[in-house]
Design a protein around this ligand. Structure first.
Ligand SMILES: C[S@@+](CC[C@H](N)C(=O)[O-])C[C@H]1O[C@@H](n2cnc3c(N)ncnc32)[C@H](O)[C@@H]1O
Length: 314
């Protein structure tokens, strides 16, 4: 559950979407409407209308995903494909609804149990030990595409237990501009959204206010939320992080929504921002996308945790 601008609301995915942590892109219950949206030229017509009438570039999204989202809007509006393109051209509100639908924002605390078990028991203790030995003062983490913040706070709960004065930790959590980031910053979650959070963390990392939980100031001081479009090539890493050099980057359930060239641009950015030997965590459905990267190799074969090579041309 997350809070919306109207108050606390269910953290359900967009209606009809299955959990994207296990398979991608998510299936949609749209009956036969996918059959009605025609071939790629129909999708291209929508891309053109969005660009020419509204200045919105959605061309970087993966085509099957785009077609599913168009089908979803057809089902919601009751329009045919031919009518929809015309309708979209003159209706800014519909263009915004469509853009919003493209930002799948489902998230959860400790979303992938294997990832978080390995983090807690192996990776984070190893990073803390290495920092201690090298005299490093801070473990640096980037949660990219953080939605309403559950991923960033989950990492914070684990690091809170493992770190102290030196090393301490800092998490930079980023997403596109929008209400989710505002919700993430509040650190307030309804009781129903806390199902994956262990009682020890509930007691130690949140204050309870009857029907919602709020992240305690100790953790809030360690997590910095900011706007960062991963496809903006002018910005190499979250502005507040200044120079990147991350020990750990999370980018889960985001890459598969994009076309291969856009995915590669994002992965190149992460490879530059990771320190040598730093870890990269992605979603189960993105394993194949990341597996072919020369600079990242699987650190734990069963999990979707990769590590950056320590030398340039592995
Ligand atoms: C499905 S959520 C994943 C949330 C979280 N990482 C998780 O796995 O639970 C995908 C998030 O990626 C964000 N996103 C999509 N494209 C992005 C981009 N180009 N730059 C930054 N964030 C993006 C969306 O706004 C959304 O909040």
């Amino acid at each position: 559950m997350i809070r919306s601008r109207e108050g606390i609301q269910s953290n359900q995915q967009h209606p009809g979407l299955k959990d994207s942590s296990a398979a991608a892109p998510p299936a949609l219950d749209i009956g036969n409407s996918l059959l009605d949206i025609g071939d790629s030229s129909a999708t291209e017509a929508i891309l053109r209308v969005m660009a020419e009438a509204h200045g919105l570039d959605i061309s970087r999204y993966e085509e099957t995903f785009l077609r599913k989202m168009i089908a979803k809007r057809l089902a919601a509006t009751g329009l045919t494909m031919a009518a929809y393109a015309g309708h979209l051209a003159g209706d800014r509100e519909e263009a915004e609804k469509f853009t919003h639908a493209l930002r799948i924002n489902h998230s959860d605390f400790f979303r992938n149990p294997l990832t978080f078990a390995l983090l807690e028991q192996v990776i984070l203790p190893g990073l803390v030990e290495a920092k201690r030995k090298s005299g490093g003062d801070e473990i640096r983490v980037w949660s990219a595409g953080c939605a309403a913040g559950q991923e960033a706070w989950s990492i914070a709960m684990l690091l809170d237990e493992l770190t102290g004065e030196a090393p301490s930790y800092r998490i930079f959590a980023t997403d596109l501009d929008g209400p989710d980031l505002a919700l993430a910053r509040t650190g307030v979650y309804s009781v129903e959204g806390m199902g994956n959070v262990r009682s020890r963390h509930l007691r130690g990392c949140f204050s309870w206010h009857g029907d919602f939980y709020a992240v305690v100031p100790r953790l809030r001081a360690r997590v910095d939320f900011s706007v960062h479009d991963l496809l903006d090539d002018d910005s190499a890493s979250p502005v507040a992080s200044i120079y990147g050099d991350f020990d750990l980057i999370f980018c889960c359930n985001l890459l598969f929504y994009y076309r291969p060239d856009a995915r590669q641009r994002i992965l190149d950015k992460f490879c530059r921002a990771l320190s040598p030997g730093g870890y990269f965590v992605t979603g189960e459905a993105e394993r194949a996308i990341v597996s072919n990267q020369k600079r990242l190799y699987p650190a734990f074969p069963l999990a979707t945790i990769f590590q950056k090579t320590t030398f340039p041309h592995r």
